[in-house]
Ligand binder design. Structure first.
Ligand code: HEM
Length: 959
């Protein structure tokens, strides 16, 4: 009964907006604006409302039971018309998702003019978009989980009377005999973590899930989000992959360096002033490297995501790939008349690539042939033909700061004066709490890291990583300081902390040991980082109203932070009803939808009579949907975001005029040890100001940094010691067997492209310069990947079908025997960079986004420290409050209502002001720390590039 009531509360919660808006606007019909017609808003509004009625009568879209009959982000005509009018209907035939053209999903121009109820249209559009996204998430959870560690057969066939998606523990996630904690968790009996192992985040990531101790720990295999049979397409494991690529692709085919030089290079108006990304002597202001800039996202955001990836995953181990020699990396061939032909020396010189470059191969965890099994009359592989280890913990545990194995731990320095703190040292001439110490020769260090700060994850060190590591080391210490302050005031007060080995004992503030406090601070910092990422970085990356609502719902829930009673009840139901169900359908289909109500963060943490010795309470808030958590290879692919980085940093001095750019510092001069020098000599505040104000690079073709194409890595014992990182992005994906772009989209439930021309944004006017530019790029793609005569007898995929239900064949809807584009061969990175049709304010493409929908949610769902263990028993009461309020004391509210929302001061803004007080004045007017700081945000999700009133003299705003 309770279930039923809650069910209707939620369904109503999701549905009520469209229904309400219909009834609100039914009597107020007005005009229209449709292509090739006189605008008549009255008619249009009336037509939309009729379409809404038709949509409602049509009932709910069923979540598909078949992989090849998915939603694909495309809706029926009445739905499109109801939610976005003629504009949404008009582009339904493109491969791109429909919701981006709904009312209110863009800037203020996405709102109708002349309608009687603009608000009604906006609600229909925005809630419609959220519904589409929720369908996608439900289907992604249902169709895209492929664990590589041996559990997949159970997932398909079920185990012990439980359907696959409802299985919750796996033998493969037990600690092996050689693990030092093997006996502590139960040895060869049932394994359940307890005592000290469950109190905080462990070094290697074991015991986050107390019944699957090994899950997410360092060294576990990367998972997949695509059918195993579709991985490693160049090997042609199946007839489908053979048919799809016709023997045309390989590790170095098409040539990755040629692709990089032709499709990734940033075009320069004055190459001499860029100097291949090396700028000019003395950081001269005359230097200039053109790059395509995102007006709503800053350089800090670029480094933030590098900082995040160093927490989540790594194919490399201690700065190296596999030992045993180097491999070539291209600059050898190009396509001539659809035949790969050697490059001439002249062509090599013109391209600027290097045939002498070589690199170490990726580490392989297992390449023995995978097992096979049949279920329901279908044959399956038990895992991908090759697997690779994630050498980091997959948890969002701030392991880049705190360590993920014994070696990295040695680089993490505690303050000897107070071991609860991170060691920071004072730097001459710099005020404040100090800077991270530098690596010592006695630390585990690779030659390329010499002179860098001592941190757990030191690889590819940059000025942005230095900034963020120093910032969060300071934040760690700020938390400890506040705890110590409160302890001094109230030594006997209950800290909230409990020890599961002695659960009744109240641990008073003064009883908390330095070790315990260090671990609590780690929990708090990791949760703050997760919160910043979820509700500050992501809504700025995806700058529109549906995503603002969606990302906040992931954290707080749709029902909002002010209405905690309903979320509490829902959260209990989630933890104790659906999440313990033995029915996989309930588990996946409804759980995700229902958690949109209370939000994921803190799920299961509010059950009454919470008992820290009861695994059902401690672990009860997580949901794994039948597949152990780790990131898939496909996730790494969509984080190859090197175009975000500019070649030159526009350096400013906070103590002088923040509106003045005083130097142009080449990013390559802030790489590895040089980052540390630059940080210490110029200081956190100046780098913060500089990176906060500068726009980052758009994720698009022709926008990779020049310096990364030419970077020198002295660790490589190769003829050039150089590497083109943009080309390497393609090679690594091919080594890891990531499907090429078109099949990648089909696997994720997005619509396929049928020609390179689909990359052109059809919503642009035919004669616009942007569209012409896109067509030129399409011609280059065609030149590189080529064409072939298609054969309609060759079926190329089982992931989707044509709209008429027939299998998709080599001709992709074109007549048999016609010449078609080799769109199937396009590398995934090339494809998603090439997507020109994107939702408003999307710094990424829709293909990348769909990967995030699934994995960003799972990163929260799977982690008990973000769900049922977000409790004072683990975090202390101060810790819980700190994460909830974005720092000490009560919640602080932002001035005004940015984009129509009353909201707390955002978490990173608070972290910055707390730990780098020199930035307070600059940050006062900033709403989101990842929006270029001096930008006037204008009205409703504007992407305009205009200065705020006190920054009109900033040259960054000059045309
Ligand atoms: C100064 C800036 C940067 C430098 C010098 C740099 C350098 C590199 C290099 C040399 C590799 C290749 C490792 C290999 O496979 O052998 C790499 C990989 C990678 N980089 Fe960057 N990078 C930078 C910024 C970024 C940023 C901003 C991102 C954004 C997320 C990023 C994401 C990645 C990812 C996802 C990989 C693959 C990692 C893996 O396979 O585990 N990088 N980078």
């Amino acid at each position: 009964m309770v279930m039923k009531t809650l069910l209707s509360v939620l369904l109503f919660g999701i549905l009520r907006f469209p229904l309400l808006s219909i009834s609100q606007t039914r009597d107020k019909a007005s005009a229209v604006s449709s292509a090739n017609q006189e605008p008549n808003p009255k008619k249009e509004e009336a037509a939309e409302l009729r379409a809404c009625a038709q949509m409602v009568l049509g009932g709910f879209l069923q979540v598909s039971n078949m992989r090849d009959q998915r939603f694909e982000g495309k809706v029926a005509e009445p739905t499109a018309r109801c939610r976005g009018g003629q504009y949404a209907v008009q582009f339904r035939t493109t491969p791109w998702v429909d919701w981006s053209r709904y009312w209110g999903a863009g800037d203020s121009s996405s709102l109708p003019t002349g309608f009687l109820s603009v608000k009604g249209a906006q609600l229909r559009g925005v809630t419609g978009a959220l519904l589409d996204l929720e369908y996608q998430r439900v289907e992604l959870i249902k169709f895209n989980l492929f664990d590589n560690s041996g559990t997949y057969q159970n997932y398909i066939s079920g185990s012990g009377g439980v359907t696959g998606p409802a299985v919750k523990t796996w033998p493969e996630m037990r600690l092996p005999k050689d693990n030092p904690y093997y006996l502590a968790v139960g040895g060869d009996k049932e394994q359940v973590c307890k005592g000290d192992l469950i109190r905080a985040r462990t070094l290697t990531g074991i015991c986050n899930d107390i019944r699957n101790p090994l899950m997410g720990s360092a060294g576990m295999p990367f998972a997949r989000n695509v059918e195993f049979e579709t991985t490693f397409p160049d090997v042609g494991q199946t007839t489908l992959t053979q048919n799809r690529h016709g023997g045309r692709i390989g590790l170095l085919t098409p040539d990755p360096q040629v692709i990089s030089r032709k499709l990734f290079t940033r075009l320069q108006s004055n190459p001499a002033s860029c100097n291949a990304g090396f700028g000019l002597p003395d950081n001269s202001l005359d230097a200039n490297c053109d790059y395509q800039k995102a007006p709503f996202f800053n350089v800090l955001a670029a480094y933030w995501i590098q900082f995040m990836t160093h927490d989540w995953f790594s194919h490399m181990d201690e700065g190296h790939n596999a030992p045993g020699g180097y491999m070539e990396v291209g600059c050898r061939s190009k396509l001539v008349n659809n035949v790969q032909t050697s490059l001439t020396p002249d062509e090599i010189q013109k391209l600027g690539c290097r045939p002498g470059d070589e690199v170490d191969k990726t580490y392989v965890l297992s390449d023995s042939p995978p097992g096979q099994f049949t279920s329901g009359g279908r044959a399956y592989l038990t895992r991908a033909p090759k697997t690779f280890a994630n050498n980091n913990t997959a948890w969002w545990d701030a392991s880049q700061l705190y360590g993920y194995d014994e070696t990295s731990l040695k680089r993490v320095k505690h303050d000897p004066q107070d071991p609860a703190k991170m060691l920071l040292e004072l730097v001459p001439g710099k005020s404040g709490p100090g800077y991270l110490p530098i690596l010592l020769p006695t630390d585990p260090v690779q030659p390329q890291w010499n002179g860098q700060e001592s941190v757990a994850f030191p690889d590819n060190w940059s000025i942005g990583l230095s900034f963020l590591h120093n910032l969060f080391a300071r934040e760690h210490n700020s938390f400890v300081d506040e705890f110590r302050r409160q302890t001094a005031q109230n030594p006997n007060a209950d800290s909230g902390l409990r020890n599961p080995s002695d659960p009744k004992r109240v641990i008073r503030n003064k009883d908390v040991t330095p070790d315990e406090l260090f671990n609590v601070a780690r929990l708090v910092v990791a949760a703050e980082i997760a919160k910043i990422h979820t509700i500050e970085w992501t809504p700025q990356l995806l700058y529109n109203e549906p995503l603002y609502k969606g990302t906040n719902a992931n954290w707080n829930g749709f029902l909002g932070p002010d209405d905690r009673d309903v979320p509490k009840a829902l959260s209990d139901v989630m933890a104790h009803s659906l999440a313990t169900s033995k029915n996989g359908k309930k588990e996946t289909q409804w759980y995700s939808v229902f958690t949109s109500g209370p939000g994921i963060f803190g799920l299961g943490s509010t059950v009454s009579h919470y008992d820290i010795t009861n695994p059902n309470d401690v672990n009860g808030g997580i949901n794994l949907f039948g597949s152990p958590f780790n990131f898939p290879e496909e996730f790494v692919t969509v984080y190859r975001l090197h175009p975000l980085v500019p070649d030159l940093i526009e350096y400013r001095d906070v103590s002088k005029d923040p509106n003045q750019i005083v130097e142009k510092v080449p990013v390559v001069q802030t790489f590895e040890g040089k980052a540390t020098d630059a940080m210490r000599s110029r200081g956190l505040a100046n780098w913060g100001l500089s990176m906060g104000r500068q726009r980052l690079g758009l994720l698009t073709l022709h926008n990779d940094p020049q310096f990364l194409q030419n970077i020198r890595l002295p660790r490589l014992d190769t003829p050039t010691q150089q590497i083109d990182v943009a080309a390497l992005d393609l090679i690594r994906d091919r080594e890891h067997g990531v499907p090429r772009f078109n099949e990648f989209r089909r696997q994720y439930g997005l619509r396929q492209l049928t020609s390179y021309d689909d990359f052109v944004d059809e919503t642009l006017p035919a004669d616009s310069p942007a569209r012409r530019q896109q067509m030129e790029t399409v011609a280059q793609i065609r030149e590189i990947y080529g064409t072939h005569i298609c054969d309609s007898s060759k079926i190329i995929t089982d992931a989707q079908r044509n709209l008429d239900g027939t299998p998709i064949n080599d001709c992709l809807g074109h007549p048999n025997g016609s010449i078609i584009d080799n769109i199937e061969d396009v590398d995934t990175v090339v494809g998603w960079l090439g997507e020109n049709t994107r939702p408003h304010g999307f710094a990424i493409s829709e293909t990348q986004f769909v990967v995030f929908i699934l994995n960003a949610s799972r990163r929260l769902y799977s982690d008990r420290f973000f769900t049922s263990s977000f409790r004072p028993e683990f975090y202390t009461q101060l810790g819980v409050d700190w994460v909830t309020h974005n720092g000490p004391g009560p919640q602080m509210m932002e001035v005004g209502e940015p984009n129509g929302h009353r909201q707390p001061v955002s978490p990173l803004k608070r972290v910055l002001m707390r730990n780098i007080p020199e930035l307070t004045t600059e940050l006062q007017q900033v709403v989101n720390a990842f929006d270029p700081w001096a930008r006037d945000r204008g009205q409703y999700y504007s992407l305009g590039w205009k200065p705020r009133p006190d920054a009109v003299s900033d040259p960054a705003f000059k045309p």
